[in-house]
Design a protein around this ligand. Structure first.
Ligand code: GLP
Length: 263
């Protein structure tokens, strides 16, 4: 695991945009796995800025989103479809036909989940998956107790998630189920970039990075991935025990030429 503890939430977004940008430069038809929620919003804003000012093109990029609420359609104001359109897709030169999201309004969610798995495979797999972490340690909507080998499927949301997601939308009756890529699906991505900012994430981050590998903290599954980069602000990193070591790694990194890769 490559752990970066940066000075601010803005620095986290810039680092994540650097990783996405380098991939897209190297592979213009990269397949990105995307997440919703508050955390990646600053990353998407930075990618939009680079699209406009630095000519980072999404013309051949293909995207796969992690999850969607069950029972709501792509135009519903609280759908993840809508959130992605508003926060990224409508603002960059991506071809909407290359943006894939699970349909929450599918009449057969089980078939929808299976078809999504098949689509990811058919397209050659995800090159880089962006992930946030729920306060209860979820990734996507893989709630505590999820199988670490799970594939895309319907999940019931945890009470903590229902509470967290309702905060900003007091008038919206949140769906209690979702369709989500499984943890096994996420681990199949060639690289993972996990973002967490703010004190509310500190416990989940510590459990994910340094706790036991266990279904009680689905994000701990990232420990199994050979190419996972975790980018944190100081608040989200506050409960980590190995901070001293991560700082040492950072010092060592600075001595290496950029091309030397992971250490
Ligand atoms: C949401 C999403 C996750 C997201 C997480 C954290 O419900 N399903 O993909 O990473 O919860 O969200 P936030 O970044 O808003 O804290």
């Amino acid at each position: 695991m490559d752990v970066w503890i940066l000075e601010s939430a803005h620095a986290v977004a810039v680092k994540a945009a650097d990783i996405c940008g380098e991939l897209i430069q190297r592979k213009p038809d990269a397949r990105l796995g995307l997440a919703t929620g508050a955390t990646p919003q600053a990353l998407y804003a930075e990618l939009i800025r680079r699209n406009r000012q630095d000519h980072l093109s999404f013309a051949h990029v293909e995207t796969f989103n992690l999850d969607e609420y069950l029972g709501i359609g792509p135009d519903h104001p609280q759908s993840f479809h809508r959130a992605m359109r508003d926060s990224l897709f409508a603002e960059v030169d991506i071809d909407p036909a290359n943006t894939h999201l699970l349909r929450g309004d599918s009449s057969d969610p089980v078939a929808e989940a299976r078809a999504y798995e098949a689509l990811i495979k058919r397209r050659g797999g995800i090159d880089l998956q962006i992930l946030g972490i729920g306060r209860n340690g979820h990734i996507g909507f893989n709630e505590p107790g999820s199988s670490l080998g799970s594939r895309t499927r319907v999940k019931t949301l945890a009470r903590a998630t229902l509470r967290d997601n309702q905060l900003g939308h007091p008038d919206f009756e949140e769906p209690i189920m979702a369709i989500t890529m499984g943890i096994g699906t996420i681990l199949d991505a060639r690289a993972l970039v996990v973002l967490a900012t703010g004190a509310a994430k500190a416990k989940a981050v510590a459990a994910a990075l340094e706790g036991p590998l266990a279904a009680i903290c689905p994000a701990s599954a990232i420990q199994l991935h050979p190419d996972a980069t975790v980018v944190l602000d100081p608040e989200a990193a506050a409960d980590l025990r190995l901070t001293d070591y991560y700082e040492l790694v950072d010092q060592a990194r600075r001595r290496l030429p950029r091309t030397s890769g992971r250490i």
